[in-house]
Design a protein around this ligand. Structure first.
Ligand SMILES: *Cc1c(COP(=O)(O)O)cnc(C)c1O
Ligand SMILES: [Zn+2]
Length: 386
């Protein structure tokens, strides 16, 4: 019988999953979920919960709060193959989840866990998409949500979602890193909140399913994605460790984590081989990855090491150009998502990726998530078109 514990990736200390604290008492590291006697067995549920056995084996099905998230479409596009110079490039569109980003995959698991632990309130800091997902899933579960949002640094569309779903909005002066400090202050004062930030290891468990789905359909050499707070970087490596340990795959694709040049502390940390991450003041048009002090950097490093992966960075102009290509291909995504294609193009040009390699790129959010950058267009008159 599979059972789960919270385990410190640093010192190995284990804790019961019923405790609502996700840092190690001994060394302060962020805990992982660890499943004993895990089996690769799928259920008849759809999307994320198809993989219940590798995500949250013990949760009773009547506690699961789901909107059918996951099972997203995998696109191929001649235009994107031409743009990147890679024939076999696929795009997994996480923007096609219920609230428009991959955050729904982690949120269904975290909110289900909040229900199992009988919480009545949730709390998170967010660059926007986490708060949209938190607000929706909390409302669906019938519990109250509080979101700390750096108002001036979040796309209006994402704020619109959180307000519409009925979240209590705490407006934070500053950026995401200030909002994260606000969450830390709140949880030092009260134990009422179930915290939904990506230090919550159950969100990572849900996000692993992106990789399970890809590896069922493809044999990619590389998997690329934008990297901000490094939740996905952590989750994807963990998912590949699962599949390898269970004998489901016999090789490990390389992860490619792409940061924005103005928000690249993980890039510096890996390339300079530092002991600790050095926080930066983040600056990029891609607000979903505008994060200067990512919490998950140690778990993320483990993922890069395990997969012999690559950490790359791209400029805002490269992001904007890649976004235009994805949008014009009829697929579309939000700015941060386009970093995954911009980074692949850069690595193709530098020769680290070959034309014949198979690449899976994650488009993390929907085109309509951020309409602040209206593309230039020339309005026509009726008489112009005939
Ligand atoms: C949250 C988010 C990211 C960053 O993901 P991390 O797991 O924090 O690195 C990238 N793109 C979009 C659209 C997001 O919402
Ligand atoms: Zn520890």
């Amino acid at each position: 019988m599979t059972f789960s514990v919270l385990k410190c990736p640093n010192c190995g200390e284990e804790y019961n999953i019923n405790r609502n604290k996700y840092t190690c008492d001994k060394c302060g590291n962020i805990l992982d979920v660890y499943h004993y006697d895990m089996e690769y067995k799928t259920t008849s549920m759809k999307g994320v919960w198809k993989y219940k056995n590798m995500v949250h084996p013990e949760i009773p099905e009547n506690k699961i709060v789901t909107r059918g998230e996951g099972d997203t479409y995998l696109y191929r596009s001649d235009r994107i193959s031409e743009y990147t110079g890679i024939n076999n490039i696929y795009m997994k569109h996480e923007g096609e989840n219920p609230t428009g980003s991959f955050k729904d995959r982690g949120m269904t698991v975290a909110i289900s866990e909040a229900m199992r632990l009988q919480f009545h309130k949730t709390l998170c800091a967010s660059t926007g998409n986490t708060s949209a997902a938190a607000a929706s899933y909390s409302a669906l579960a019938g519990i109250e949500s509080y979101v700390m949002i750096p108002g001036k640094n979040v796309s209006a569309n994402k704020l619109f979602q959180a307000i519409s779903y009925g979240a209590n909005i705490v407006d934070i002066e500053g950026d995401f890193d200030n909002a994260m400090s606000g969450v830390k202050t709140a949880i030092e004062r009260t134990k009422d909140f179930y915290v939904l930030n990506s230090l919550n290891p159950w969100r990572i468990e849900g996000q692993k399913t992106i990789i399970y789905e890809i590896m069922e359909k493809l044999k990619p050499d590389f998997i690329s994605f934008p990297a901000g707070n490094l939740g996905n970087t952590s989750a994807f490596g963990k998912a590949l460790m699962d599949l390898k340990a269970l004998g489901v795959i016999d090789y490990v694709p390389k992860l490619i984590a792409i940061q924005a040049e103005g928000a690249a502390p993980f890039y510096e940390y890996i390339h300079d081989n530092r002991d600790h991450i050095t926080p930066v003041k983040a600056e990029t048009i891609a607000t979903a990855i505008k994060i200067g002090n990512p919490v998950n950097y140690k778990k993320a490093k483990r993922s890069i090491e395990f997969t012999h992966g690559i950490v790359e960075k791209v400029s805002d102009n490269q992001i904007i150009e890649a976004k235009r290509a994805i949008d014009r291909a009829g697929i579309g995504c939000e700015p941060a998502s386009a970093a995954s294609i911009a980074g692949v193009l850069k690595l193709r040009q530098s020769g680290e990726i070959d034309r014949g390699d198979t690449v899976a790129s994650i488009l993390t959010g929907h085109l309509l998530k951020d309409v602040s950058m209206m593309p230039e267009y020339k309005p026509l008159k009726i008489s112009d078109i005939f």
